[in-house]
Design a protein around this ligand. Structure first.
Ligand SMILES: Cc1cc2nc3c(=O)[nH]c(=O)nc-3n(C[C@H](O)[C@H](O)[C@H](O)COP(=O)(O)O)c2cc1C
Length: 180
């Protein structure tokens, strides 16, 4: 079989979710036969989705859920047939009492569109760092998060290769009647 294509779609306001994307991509890239690529939510096209065997979608938790950008994107891609592809949801949110989860929303949408989830959703936690010399609050992914997502990317890559060997891909991605 040709390489398994993984498309990582993301939203980010301050760059933390993109760091998670890059960590997942590094891990996926270690697996022979897996070819990862990333795409900002606003740049997703039917063609990119169609070519992907697995679609990973992540974003910041905002308003206790996914960002309005991610929600709008789902309304856009909801008209495409992604059944039979593999999926994975992730998010970032700070430690502390705010709550909610973008990944919960994303995972539900992926499952509703018929993607098969290889792993349950995961979150990367953002923590505060001491103010810098200019007195600016600095936030960062918690220590070890990038390594964990790299390892997860690698594990997902292996799971995808095994899943595709067992269930060869079905052609999909054509617009359905719903999008007409
Ligand atoms: C407008 C806005 C709303 C937010 N709402 C929540 C929330 O409801 N729950 C939460 O845990 N974090 C919330 N956050 C914190 C974000 O989750 C955090 O800034 C984000 O994970 C950073 O990721 P990014 O750098 O990829 O944007 C909010 C942040 C912003 C800017």
């Amino acid at each position: 079989m040709s390489d398994a294509q993984v498309l990582l779609v993301y939203d980010t306001r301050f760059g933390h979710t993109f760091q998670v994307v890059q960590a997942l991509e590094r891990g996926l890239g270690r697996v022979a036969g897996v070819r990862p690529a990333h795409c900002f939510y606003a740049d997703v096209t039917p063609d990119l989705l169609d070519r992907a065997h697995m679609v990973m979608i992540g974003g910041p938790t905002e308003g206790l859920s996914a960002s309005s950008h991610i929600k709008r994107m789902f309304r856009h891609i909801g008209g495409f047939d992604l059944r039979g592809k593999y999926g994975f949801a992730f998010d970032t949110h700070p430690s502390g009492p705010l709550g909610g989860s973008a990944a919960r929303y994303i995972e539900k949408e992926l499952a509703a569109m018929g993607l098969r989830l290889l792993e349950p959703r995961r979150s990367a936690i953002i923590v505060g760092r001491p103010r810098d010399a200019a007195g600016t609050d600095r936030l960062a992914l918690e220590s070890g998060a990038e390594e964990r997502f790299e390892a997860l990317g690698e594990a997902l890559g292996h799971e995808l290769v095994a899943a595709l060997a067992e269930h060869p891909p079905v052609r999909s991605g054509e617009p359905t009647a719903a999008s007409a």
